[in-house]
Design a protein around this ligand. Sequence first.
Ligand code: ATP
Length: 245
Amino acid sequence: MALLSVNNIEVIYDDVILVLKGLSLEVEEGAIVALLGANGAGKTTTLKAISGLLKTEEGEVTDGAIVFDGQRINDLEPEKIVRRGVFQVMEGRRVFVDLTARENLIAAAHTQKCTRRQLDERIEQVYAYFPRLKERQNGLAGYLSGGEQQMLVIGRGMMARPRLMMLDEPSLGLSPLLVGEIFEIIARLNRELGTTILLVEQNARMALNIASHGYIMENGKIVLDDTTEKLKNNEDVKRFYLGVG
Ligand code: ATP
């Protein structure tokens, strides 16, 4: 059984705007799965449906089922979904700019019942992955560079110790060097901590390189899904997503 199974979901915003029109996907435990598609296809909406964050935006799953670890999570509050082990790293480096980097990490663990010592251990683990955050831990997050803020949002995700981490456009606006670094960290999280990853990316090349399976989305539906090896050789994927052929 897949860790996450999204079955034929429909999502509507503001009671009228139909955005997901029968979308299904599966993520196996331990995998890295990429979700690709043009702007407006509904990728962010898909992640928010899974994490429950749609509810904060007048969006609603009106049909279908989202099953995580064998249990239906459609109707749960976002906080309960985080406690079950699903964490969405949002697009756009959302950090608390008036808190220090360290305080941002501590705040991210608020849904967890952990002791002071466990909290310190988790922070040290984040610093082991992102030594730069340790150097800047007492600086206000608002003064961190774009790349450091992206590290901080992933670090915040790590603090929740999710079984499934969903990342929305982690490479957005970063230099090619930093993009490589962030992708390497995502692969390490998967390899070393066993975190299952669902990745939404415009940078299709990078995403297909670290993922084992990919879904291509158009206009609220999945139009193609396959192993990333096969997708990389698919003529349409090459032309529309990889800019070759
Ligand atoms: P992008 O790469 O631009 O983020 P996306 O594939 O993630 O695109 P979504 O952000 O999920 O796409 O948006 C899908 C559609 O849903 C778009 O037409 C968008 O205008 C609409 N939409 C998104 N959020 C809302 C909202 N809160 N209320 C109403 N419509 C929305």
